[in-house]
Design a protein around this ligand. Structure first.
Ligand code: MRU
Length: 351
């Protein structure tokens, strides 16, 4: 299963509509990059690596649909498309990373006609998607190798195949440990307000046959203090150079409770999610989404909050590096001091 693909027959971008899961599995297709940007914003597709690959395919669409007759005009069209795609969601750096990679390739002076540029954009987008799967499997192997048999793991949000092109980051580690016969058991944070845990992670774990139970987000501290949780595994939307990570809202509270109970806390982060330009987490922009995502929750057909209630809805928070035991990358598991060791992992040295 790939979350986002290029349909070579119809020259379209295809995605699983994640808003409908687990009730309905439906794929949707897009013919214009603006639709891809909208799909990212409205969370048809979500998860840092998945939106990066989607943006890359969006750039390929922008090249295919451009009416430019010369290469300079097409490069200008691509720059404009890049701005729109980049602005769709601000926290996950993979979006900007993928757009920049596409624009850099588009600027190659060796490309001198529009047809070659169109072909080059599609080739690179496909490569970004394929690399994502390969990188996730490498991370999963590093992460699973550090796990023991029968571990109980708390997992937040959805970091599985759906959050990437395929396989996943933190959930990919769990999936690999399961395939290695280690029998992990997952306590799945339901992950308010959009319930990526209860809807998407639970759906994926069902497919893989991994043992799990859903818990409310506010039960995590109770389980961490019970002495029965071996590890917390999360993903990240952006890691700063010092190892602070931005991830789904609630991750920070989870990390605090893990630290207080000496439970190892690992972030599983491809190097494309590390932003060495940002020294510390507090400089990472945090997306605040519409209050309706918090307020539109119904019990027995009735909205829970009184009419006229206001809500705040930050989508991510920052977990400082002092709460993080290790960061699993495709180049190995990085331990403190993160400033030095994360840098080396991003440069490609094996940890
Ligand atoms: O708002 P979402 O669903 O896009 O948030 C996703 C997460 O927070 C994931 O943990 C993150 O993207 C890293 S895992 C691939």
């Amino acid at each position: 299963m790939r979350t986002v693909t290029w349909d070579y027959t119809h020259q379209q971008v295809k995605m699983i509509d994640q808003r409908l899961l687990p009730g309905e599995f439906r794929e949707v297709s897009f013919t214009r990059y603006e639709q891809v940007a909208d799909a990212i914003q409205t969370m048809v597709v979500r998860g840092a690596p998945a939106i990066g690959a989607s943006a890359a395919f969006g750039m390929a669409l922008a090249a295919q649909t451009s009416s430019a007759s010369d290469i300079q005009e097409m490069r200008a069209d691509l720059a404009a498309a890049g701005e729109v795609l980049r602005a769709a969601r601000p926290t996950a750096v993979n979006l900007a990373w993928a757009v920049e990679r596409m624009l850099e390739a588009a600027g190659d002076p060796g490309i001198d006609d529009v047809r070659s540029l169109q072909a080059g954009m599609l080739d690179l987008a496909q490569r970004i998607a394929d690399e994502d799967v390969e990188i996730n499997k490498r991370m999963a192997t590093h992460g699973a190798n550090m796990m023991q048999e029968n571990e109980v793991v708390i997992h937040h949000c959805n970091t599985g195949a759906l959050a990437t092109v395929d396989w996943g980051t933190a959930l990919g580690v769990i999936r690999m440990a399961h395939e290695q016969g280690k029998h992990p058991h997952v306590l799945v944070d339901e992950t308010r307000p959009r319930l990526q845990g209860a809807r998407l992670t639970a759906w994926e774990l069902e497919q893989y046959g991994v043992s799990y139970e859903i818990i409310t987000d506010n039960a995590a501290g109770y389980f961490l203090s019970s002495g029965k949780v071996d590890r917390v595994l999360v993903g990240a939307d952006r890691a700063a150079a010092n190892g602070d990570v931005a991830n789904k809202i609630g991750t920070y509270m989870l990390a605090l409770a893990a630290k207080d109970n000496q439970v190892p806390f690992f972030a599983v982060v491809p190097t494309s999610t590390v932003d060495l330009k940002i020294p510390e987490g507090k400089q990472i922009p945090i997306e605040e989404r519409n209050q309706d995502e918090v307020l539109n929750i119904e019990v027995k057909g009735e909205q829970v909050a009184p009419g006229g209630a206001a809500a705040r809805n930050p989508a991510f928070d920052i977990t400082p590096n002092r709460l993080i035991t290790g960061i699993v990358t495709e180049n190995g598991v990085v331990y403190p001091p993160f400033e030095m060791n994360l840098h080396q992992a991003v440069r490609g040295s094996q940890c």
